[in-house]
Structures are given as C-alpha cells and as structure tokens.
Design a protein around this ligand. Structure first.
Ligand code: FMN
Ligand code: SF4
Length: 409
C-alpha cells in the first residue's frame, strides 16, 4: 500500500498551526469502491490507523469515521488511543436515537445498520434518503389507530415482523404465527454467505422489539384456512409468508440438483465440481461460500462455475459489496460464464451456449439453481399480502411495504 503517513502528518501539523480545532480522518475515492463508505463484512473504522498516527503528532483532538456501527467499537477506539472522537454516519440514519440509546446503555435497542449502502444509492439517483432497515428514516413514532383491531400476521420474516410490530405499536392486538421454529424467514439464509452475518443482527433486533412490545409470537405454527375460520375469525389477516427458491424442472434429471437455499440452509450438500445456474446475488454469494479460499486446484477443493445469461453478475446491485464479491470470486478461481444460456441437461452433462458456441460440462457432480424466487402461494381469502409473497424483492422492499401497510391499518 502507498505510504502517505508523512504527508498526513505534515498537512495535519500545518492545519493545527493554522488554528483548526480538530482534525477529522476519513478517506476513499470512487475508484476503489467502498473505500469511503465501507461495505458489509469489512472491518470497522478502516481509517483508525491514520487517525492514530496523526493523533500521536498533534495536540488537538482527532476524529475518525466509517462502520463504527456499535457503541462498543467507539469505546474501544477511544480507549485504545486510536481517536479522540468517533463520527457515526449511517448508523445514525438507521437509528436516529443511536447516541441516546448508547448513552443510556440500551445498546440492544439500537436498530442495526448493516452497511448495505442503499441510503447513498438512492440519493445519488435523486431519490429521497431511505434506509433498508429503518423504513421511516426519521422518527420512530407511529400514530395510534382510530379503530383497534385484532390482527393475525402469517409469517415471521422481515415483512411479517415489521408489520406485526408497527400494528402493535398502533394499539392493535397482534398475533404473529411462524411455521418454522425460528423468526427471520429468508433473511436467515441471506445471513449465511461470507460477510453477510450482520443480517442476523436485524433478526435479533426485530425479534427483541416484538417481544418487548408484547406481540404474541407463535413458532412452529402453520396457519390453516380452518384456523382463520375459527380461532382467528374476525381478525385482520396479513399474509407475509415469503417466497420459495425456483427450480428448473427440465434440468432436474441431472445426477444431483439442489437450490442455493438448500445449500445455505444446510439441507443440501454439494459435491466437488459444482455448476451454479444464475449469477445474481444469491448465485454469486453461494459460489463464494462454496469456493476454496484461494485459487487452488487441490483435489479436496471445490471447483465452482457460475453460468449467467446476461452480461453482468449481480445485475441491479451496486456499490462496494458487489465489487468486493466480484473480486473475491475472481481471486478464488470461480469460473464465470456470462452471456451463457444452458440449452440442455441430461443425467451427466450440462450444455450451454456462449457467443453462439456450444460448451459441454461433463464432469460436474452438482447443479445448483440460483434462478430467483416465486412468491409463496396464499390460500387465505381476504388476506392482505405483504413482502415476498406479494412481490419478490429485497430486504428493503419487504420492510418498507410492511411498514407502509401497517401504518395505515
Ligand atoms: C447518505 C450519505 C451521504 C453522504 N454524503 C457525503 C458527502 O457529501 N461528503 C462526504 O465526504 N461523505 C459523505 N458520506 C460519507 C460519510 O460521511 C461517511 O464517511 C461514510 O458514510 C462512512 O461512515 P459510516 O460508516 O459511519 O456511514 C455520505 C454517506 C452517506 C451514507
Ligand atoms: S441503508 Fe443500509 S447502510 Fe444505509 S443506514 Fe440503512 S442499513 Fe445502514
């Protein structure tokens, strides 16, 4: 890395001599994506080493910024002499009461910023500022409902949890039923790939919030039409039962097939030579999860190929996380076939066409589907349908839709 510490020291000393009150140490540029607004899964306070170096030579306070997204990180940085002041950017957007909650020791109540960067993406395209995890961005206050209702929420993924919480805060009586033993829905799987673990914090935060608000949570509870007609008669029914990974039936004849979700949930165990169909976020993250840490053809390592129809990986995504993941896939030796369409699959071969030429893979042992999701079927007449089971989208879409609906319920 280019060492510019002598410049930093020199310029800082000049600024101090000129009478500035304190020096803020940030950094980055648009070429090295994520250098100024670091991506999820990257280290907190990436400029702390520079802040520490400058601080050693000055008598005025020094501050730093970036991914100081939990109070304990700020405390450690200050206690260890890295900085005098911590600046908090995105975490304040995600929870405008960040500082007050930290001060009150209520750190578990802080809505976690996952570093996704979607707040910036929006404003770069002229949209109002918004946040993936904090749908209101500003105040957490919601107006009490004029008419108090009994509300049943089906599905404990992010949309269901958000709707249940907001409905409860507005004074409704809320029961949330989740058919599995855990809340979180597909977010639990999204949190499995490398660098995505912060998503668990969102599940933890939303779960805790529901419990504290007094929402009745029933796990291992699959709601049936009979239950709606009896126990939940008269309830306003909100269905947020999520989505299911798609499979391509015609390719099911291959010797071993599974979805990316099967792998991430631990239900499916792929072999050594894996072909992933679909180079969207899920396909790329699954490739990253399966591929060896380095590009090494040691026989025990997996050999992973991603086949994508379009000319880009993770189309529709942007920002630092995408470029970091793409670089990592390349470094790990994942074979990426863009503009490639699978034309035929039989028990032992996968044939795809790229630039008009036919290619045959005859040594793969696993074909993985990462070809999107289908909304889960909704069998409840009159139910309000929210989140992925309404329209498959991302975490931000699911939370925003549920929030907007429950605010008016
Ligand atoms: C919505 C948004 C707008 C930003 N605008 C600017 C800006 O105009 N100038 C700048 O130097 N940094 C800007 N930043 C970068 C932040 O100042 C900060 O350095 C960066 O987000 C990393 O800190 P954080 O992890 O605490 O958010 C912006 C960040 C966000 C999220
Ligand atoms: S959009 Fe993402 S990065 Fe921005 S404040 Fe919200 S959670 Fe944090």
């Amino acid at each position: 890395m280019f060492d510019c510490s002598h410049w930093l020291r020199y310029v800082s000393k000049q600024l101090e001599a000129a009478g500035v009150d304190f020096i803020h140490v940030s950094g980055g540029n648009t070429i090295k994506r994520g250098s100024s607004m670091p991506a999820p899964g990257t280290s907190p306070a990436p400029h702390a080493h520079a802040a520490e170096e400058i601080r050693r030579h000055l008598n005025i306070p020094v501050s730093t910024v970036a991914r100081i997204n939990e109070p304990w990180i700020a405390e450690e940085l200050i206690a260890n002499g890295k900085t005098d002041i911590c600046m908090i950017g995105r975490p304040n957007l995600c929870d405008s009461a960040f500082a007050n909650k930290a001060f009150a020791g209520k750190t578990e109540d802080i809505r976690p910023c996952i570093g996704c960067g979607r707040c910036l993406t929006g404003i770069m395209f002229g949209k109002p500022i918004s946040c993936t995890v904090n749908p209101s961005v500003q105040s957490d206050a919601v107006a009490p409902a004029v008419e108090k209702k009994k509300v049943l929420v089906i599905g404990g993924g992010p949309a269901g949890m958000e709707a249940a919480y907001i409905a409860k805060m507005r004074g409704h009586e809320v029961v949330l039923c989740e058919k599995t033993q855990e809340l979180g829905g597909l977010l639990r799987l999204a949190a499995v790939p490398i660098g995505k673990q912060e998503l668990y914090k969102v599940i933890k935060f939303m779960t805790r919030r529901l419990q504290n608000a007094g929402v009745e949570i029933r796990k291992n509870c699959e709601v049936t039409p009979d239950m709606i007609a009896s126990e939940f008669a008269g309830y306003e029914v909100l269905c947020a039962s999520g989505a299911k990974a798609k499979e391509i039936e015609a390719f099911g004849c291959f010797r071993q097939t599974m979805t990316a979700d099967d792998i991430l949930s631990g239900k499916g165990f792929p072999g050594r030579k894996v072909v992933i169909l679909g180079g969207g976020s899920v396909g790329c993250e699954t490739a990253d999860y399966l591929a060896p840490l380095i590009d090494d053809r040691f026989p025990a390592n997996r050999d992973v190929t991603v086949i994508e129809m379009t000319d880009a990986l993770m189309a529709g995504e942007g920002g630092a996380a995408k470029s970091i993941l793409t670089q990592r896939l390349m470094r790990k030796g994942v074979t990426i076939e863009l503009k490639s369409t699978v034309s035929k699959v039989d028990e032992t071969t996968i044939t795809y066409i790229k630039n008009g030429t036919e290619h045959v893979i005859d040594d793969a042992d696993t074909l993985v589907f990462a070809v999107g999701y289908t909304p889960a079927p909704v069998n409840f007449e009159g139910a309000h349908v929210l989140g992925d089971c309404h329209q498959v989208g991302n975490l931000k879409n699911a939370i925003a839709e549920a929030y907007a609906f429950a605010k008016k319920l």
